[in-house]
Design a protein around this ligand. Structure first.
Ligand code: FES
Ligand code: FES
Length: 165
């Protein structure tokens, strides 16, 4: 199959790839660019594990061809975190509230929650539950995830206890 040149803007950096037209955005991000935070799950749009932000909207990267992503701004979990390596405040809340166990679903959860806050800064617990319905977790039973997002959404500073006198 023919390859096409695409330029993807990922976490603020441009990547030029020669890629087959049947390769998904997930293939490009995980395999070609080498971002381990973009993960394979069901590969058919059901689990939400591969969620990235495309122009700020949560998107299943397994359902989008890489060539369709050209000209759009793509954000993965690496793009959410501080370039200096400091955890994002939402990540701190996940750690403090037990929102991550094996961590497999966590990048998708974090990005979906971040997009919700951008759109609805005062989202309620029900809003959070509704928004995360497309992100499946096999470990936590979801309550700790919703607790984590809610704490961050409402301005709690997670993970600060050990940093204070
Ligand atoms: S891997 Fe994309 S939704 Fe499951
Ligand atoms: S923390 Fe393991 S799948 Fe969600």
């Amino acid at each position: 199959m023919m390859r096409t040149q695409v330029r993807l803007l990922v976490n603020g950096e441009e990547h030029d790839l020669w890629i087959r037209s049947d390769r998904t955005l997930l293939n490009a991000l995980h395999d070609d660019i080498g971002l381990p935070d973009v993960r394979y799950g069901c590969n058919e749009g059901v689990c939400g594990t591969c969620t990235v932000l495309v122009d700020g909207q949560p998107t299943s990267a397994c359902l989008m061809f890489a060539v369709q992503a050209e000209g759009h701004e793509i954000t993965t979990l690496h793009g959410l975190a501080d370039p200096a390596g400091e955890l994002h405040p939402l990540q701190k809340c996940f750690l403090e509230r037990g929102g991550a166990q094996c961590g497999f679903c966590t990048p998708g959860m974090l990005l979906t929650a971040a997009a919700l806050k951008e759109r609805t800064p005062d989202a309620s617990r029900d809003d959070i539950r509704y928004e995360l319905v497309g992100n499946l977790c096999r470990c936590t039973g979801y309550t700790a995830i919703v607790d984590s997002v809610e704490a961050w959404m409402h301005g709690e500073h997670c993970g600060d206890a050990g940093e204070q006198e």
